[in-house]
Write a protein that binds this ligand. Sequence first.
Ligand code: PXP
Length: 236
Amino acid sequence: MLLGVNIDHVATLRNARKGHEPDPIQAAEVCEKSGADSITAHLREDRRHITDMDVMTLKKVLKTRLNLEMAVTDEMQEIALRVKPHSVCLVPEKREEVTTEGGLDVAGQLTKITDFIQPLKNAGIEVSLFIDPTEEQIRAAAKTGAQFVELHTGQYSLAYGTPDEQEEFEKVRESSRLATALGMKVNAGHGLNYENVHRMNQIEDLNELNIGHSIISRAVFTGLSQAVKDMAEIVK
Ligand code: PXP
């Protein structure tokens, strides 16, 4: 199984001071050197973390693949066609949300999504649809012509360690089987962490996991000790 790393949180930290550090491009390069198979960046309408310049630079410097997460809007389509990332992952987006909350309602806007992805596919960009693990959404995704789905593992992650875990896990597994049977490749992500991720290995059809929050959170503590030592050496 492949690992994609989402670097949005590095950009969030940078933007907190409206400066240059920590640099998400440098973070992406560290991720690649450390085993990431792709880098995901979500260019949000409000540009709260990743910027247009980040996306353009990532496209230039990455040695693996750039997966551009974006909403289904004309503006984002135009940017994707200009930057030509390896893949786009279409997500629903609400301005007020803290992070992507649910999957894209493909079934409810089949024609819109089918039309939207056609120019992207024509430009050689792989298209993935971030959807909830339900039969309705998977069957709809297959009709759009998208080559990938990314299954939303948020509910599984929340249910991990509770009586609902198995049920939520089965939804992801069954959805993965169905999507594969319908000819799509299957990625998954959202809320996966160092405790709950191991069960994804029990899903034989999964291609890639996209993980952000837990990796960047852990990086704070795996890196904090050295960062303090480096500063102490200068100060003392
Ligand atoms: N996949 C998609 C489509 C997402 O929107 C996100 C969150 O930005 C992720 C994966 C990664 O989720 P997390 O940060 O919880 O690992």
